[in-house]
Design a protein around this ligand. Structure first.
Ligand code: KG4
Ligand code: ZN
Length: 351
């Protein structure tokens, strides 16, 4: 296809099906570049993995295989869409669990091939990072992005779609991972992040004061594994009664939020940007939202969050990124591969 034909083809509105299967959620969605999100559906495997205290990769892959086609069929029926309406099919190529990624990638690619429509390999973290664009008002570029998920805790300078510069990273546990591990120490089950946050609401602020690791390190890197160890020491020493557990949960949340807020403000200072975008599961945390928004305001900056349902893994953010990339004329062929390990900074910049 010539450049001109390519450009002409992508100036009209695009309808993209998104498929997310990187971990323990099967998510599908339809995003129209003119009309926005038309619909989405999600199946969480949380209950299935709960018995094992964590995600079992082989079970995750098998469940994605079972769920993805019925979910797509249901979404098409619900939105009155037929497959031939689609302009492209986007899927999560990585990072994530290899087998789980393959389930979504193979279905999306087979569908694209059968329909003769382009498929788009989406980076899971780019999708989290751009997920506030599903909302209204949408953040304008450039912005600082705080990515806080179960696997990542990173700060980026985002100049435009595809232009991501890593500013800071966790040196050990991710924020969500720290929430989950601490929740386990407090006997809250899996995944513990939301349960720990709920318990923290009943705890007293200042009753338990935990360290703020690397808060004053002078760079934008973070470290959270020490917090979990501090909680372990407390639990062992005090045997942790129910009321103390709430105070510990509060002390933990206060510490982690304090560090995340301080590092995000430092990123604003460093970049001189006036907007922050938060993405990833921990972005659902109410204390983080309240304190980050208030702190950013003191710098004259505004913070954008995804809708709560789009903080954790979902198909909507994948369909969104697929549509954004398709409009820029970025489409791959049908030779797919998955990338379980994939740095966002390595993502190729679209033309
Ligand atoms: O983005 P996500 O769905 O998965 C990854 O891509 O990693 O994030 C899941 C993480 C889990 O660690 C979960 O415990 C945490 O987000 N999370 C929370 C909250 N809701 C989810 N952590 C703290 N407070 C919450 N309200
Ligand atoms: Zn995620």
């Amino acid at each position: 296809m010539t450049d001109r034909a390519h450009a002409a083809r992508y100036t009209r509105p695009m309808l993209v099906l998104g498929v997310e299967t990187s971990c323990d959620e099967t998510g599908v969605a339809l995003y129209d570049s003119a009309r926005g999100l038309l619909g989405h559906a999600l199946h969480s495997q949380m209950a299935m993995h709960q018995a094992y205290g964590g995600v079992v990769p082989e079970l995750a892959s098998r469940d994605h295989i079972r769920r993805v086609v019925p979910l797509v069929e249901g979404l098409l029926a619900e939105t009155g869409t037929v497959l031939t309406d689609l302009d492209g099919i986007a899927y999560t190529q990585g990072p994530g669990l290899a087998g789980a990624l393959l389930a979504g990638a193979s279905v999306a690619t087979a569908l694209g091939f059968a329909l003769g429509k382009p498929t788009l390999a989406v980076h899971h973290l780019e999708a989290h990072l751009l997920s506030p664009l599903l909302g209204d008002p949408k953040p304008a570029f450039p912005f600082v992005a705080l990515l806080v998920s179960g696997g990542h805790t990173q700060l980026y300078a985002v100049a435009d779609i595809g232009a991501y510069t890593l500013l800071g990273d966790t040196l050990d546990d991710a924020a969500g991972e720290a929430f989950d591990k601490t929740a386990t120490l407090l006997g809250l089950g899996y995944p513990g992040g939301p349960a720990l946050a709920k318990l923290a609401e009943t705890g007293r602020s200042g009753a338990v004061v935990l360290p703020r690791p690397m808060k004053d390190s002078g760079d934008l890197n973070m470290s959270f594994s020490g917090l979990k160890t501090a909680v372990l020491t407390l639990v062992r020493r005090e045997g942790a009664l129910a009321a103390e557990k709430a105070d510990i949960a509060r002390g933990f949340e206060d510490a982690i939020v304090d560090v995340l807020v301080a590092k995000t403000l430092a990123a604003l200072d460093q970049t001189t940007f006036s907007r922050v975008v938060v993405g990833g599961g921990v972005g659902a945390n109410r204390a983080l939202r309240e304190r980050l928004s208030a702190a950013a305001l003191t710098r004259g900056a505004e913070v954008f969050y995804p809708d709560l349902q789009f903080c954790t893994d979902n198909g909507a953010m994948i369909a969104l990124v697929g549509a954004l990339r398709l409009r820029r004329g970025v489409a791959d062929d049908y030779a797919f591969t998955v990338r379980p390990r994939w740095e966002l900074a390595d993502l190729s910049t679209p033309p």
